[in-house]
Design a protein around this ligand. Structure first.
Ligand code: DUC
Ligand code: ZN
Ligand code: ZN
Length: 489
């Protein structure tokens, strides 16, 4: 009789703690042992010459969701999560959006109905709170938190979803009471609106003006204000998709003051610049996202921020809009830039891009790569140690990664429904070959093979009350770095 259902044999196992040669023994979908020389598995998977990396946790994806401009995105829970697993990500956290006047409970029920029969990766929801009524905050949302929807996102811009500062404070206070984590899209709405109207009014409406219409100052002002609001309430705050050096500086300063502020950046801000928006015709629309891609100085600052801990997480902000009248060009073939749907796809390439450009170019270590792509998002969003690591007792989510595989990026080889990749034609090195989700091979030799509906909703622990899940070494390190002791209690 075999000792394990599956043994991943002879690889180099990488976690945020270390790198070692070991086999991984899996039974019942759970990691049972990580040691060299394990006994036989019913199924043997060779990882000779390969890295064995925890399944990625992408903390920021938009799947089968209406955008903040009201447009349905191109990926449903099948294509979006197939794309995720093909890139080594086995858990996605995506958004359930409360429209104005909508019941959060009904909204989340609708997202469960959409995801349940289709997902192939595991998943969870963040609730976008667009209408923080007392009924929502005091009755419905606490029930959702108890059911594992333990994080909220609020917007400081976009007419359909944005909150004013007072509403933002109400959400922060409610999140603090419930032990939930508030995420924020931090851009100054009026700066963007005023500038965009002037630019369009003067005939500057091509995609490249999207960058001018979303200046760094709009991001850094809102980032600083969001931090101040969180400080007033003494609530933890997670700042999404940071694009600029100036916003990163606000975050660094907050941390030095001991505030419970956490942050992510995304591959598009590490690898694209405003010049990518300046392409012939409407091509630049493919690169329009908010905040906007910046410049090389910002890119350097963001890489540095991953190294020095300003950024805890690298997420994709996968926002899949096709380049046609159902997506980017829904408001006509040549819409003015404020009418171009914001967002770029990226759930499949998040980890390969960060591996190639980060680890491959010696900007970040292999362990830091695993920390920001897998372990820390799992910790911050109440998934650890089930997700985000390879250790006895964890879900057997892992990718057997070929560090030497050279890939020329072509959208045609990816698995999303977007129709283009902002990274088309770039060459990267390193890609997952085989991916396991709870012990099941969901990608073999680069090809997806999971059944729709085999992904599971993960009931997450409340981040504020997850102390037993945090290892002392991590708690102490985080507390020292960020003075985040209260957050961990
Ligand atoms: N900006 C957002 O706020 N959300 C989706 C993608 C984007 O570019
Ligand atoms: Zn956003
Ligand atoms: Zn987003």
């Amino acid at each position: 009789m075999a000792d394990f259902d599956t043994v991943v044999r002879g690889g180099t196992v990488v976690t945020a703690d270390g790198v070692r040669s070991a086999d991984v023994g899996i039974s019942g979908g759970v990691v049972r042992a990580v040691e060299p020389g394990l006994g036989r598995g019913e199924e043997e998977l060779s990882a000779e010459g390969r890295l064995v990396i925890p399944g990625g946790v992408d903390a920021h994806t938009h799947i089968e969701q209406k955008s903040s401009m009201g447009l349905m995105c191109a990926d449903d829970y099948h294509s979006g999560t197939v794309s995720a697993v093909c890139g080594g990500t086995t858990t996605v956290l995506s958004f359930a959006v409360q429209g104005k006047g909508a019941s959060p409970r009904e909204v989340v029920a609708a997202y469960h109905a959409a995801a349940g029969p289709k997902a192939v990766s595991d998943y969870g929801f963040h609730l976008i709170v667009a209408d923080p009524t007392p009924q929502a905050l005091e009755e419905e949302i606490p029930e959702l938190v108890a059911e594992g929807v333990v994080s909220f996102k609020i917007y400081m811009t976009y007419d359909l979803v944005r909150l004013d500062d007072r509403q933002f404070l109400e959400v922060l206070a409610a999140a603090r009471r419930m032990g939930a984590l508030t995420m924020v899209h931090a851009e100054n709405h009026d700066m963007i609106g005023w500038l965009s109207d002037r630019l369009v009014g003067e005939g500057h409406q091509a995609p490249k003006f999207h960058a001018a219409g979303h200046p760094k100052l709009a991001e850094s002002e809102a980032t600083g204000r969001a931090i101040d609001l969180a400080e007033l309430v003494d609530a933890p705050l997670y700042i999404v998709h940071v694009s600029s050096k100036e916003a990163a500086e606000e975050i660094g300063a907050a941390r030095r003051r001991g505030l419970k502020v956490f942050a992510e950046t995304c591959p598009q801000y590490l690898l694209l610049t405003a010049e990518d928006l300046d392409k012939p015709g409407m091509e630049g629309a493919k690169f329009c996202c908010s905040p906007a891609p910046r410049d090389e100085e910002c890119q350097e600052a963001l890489w540095e921020g991953i190294v020095d801990g300003t950024f805890d997480v690298v997420s994709s902000d996968h926002a899949p809009y096709s380049f046609d009248d159902k997506g980017k060009l829904a408001w006509g073939p040549e819409p003015p830039f404020p009418k171009i749907c914001n967002g770029v796809p990226g759930v499949e390439l998040r980890m390969p891009l960060l591996f190639s450009e980060g680890v491959g170019k010696a900007r970040i270590s292999l362990q830091r790569f695993v920390a920001v792509c897998c372990e820390t998002p799992a910790r911050l969003f109440g998934l650890y140690p089930k997700k985000g690591t390879i250790a006895p007792g964890s879900d057997a989510d892992l990718a057997i990664w070929n560090p030497d595989q050279v890939v020329d990026i072509r959208w045609a080889d990816l698995h999303d429904q977007v129709g283009y990749s902002p990274y088309e034609g770039r060459q990267i090195k390193g890609f997952p070959e085989t991916v396991l989700r709870r012990g099941e091979v969901v990608v073999r030799d680069g090809q997806p093979r999971a059944q729709p509906g085999s992904g599971r909703f993960i009931v997450r622990d409340r981040p504020n009350s997850a102390e037993p899940l945090y290892r002392p070494s991590w708690s102490v390190a985080l507390a020292r770095r960020f003075g985040a002791v209260d957050f961990l209690k």
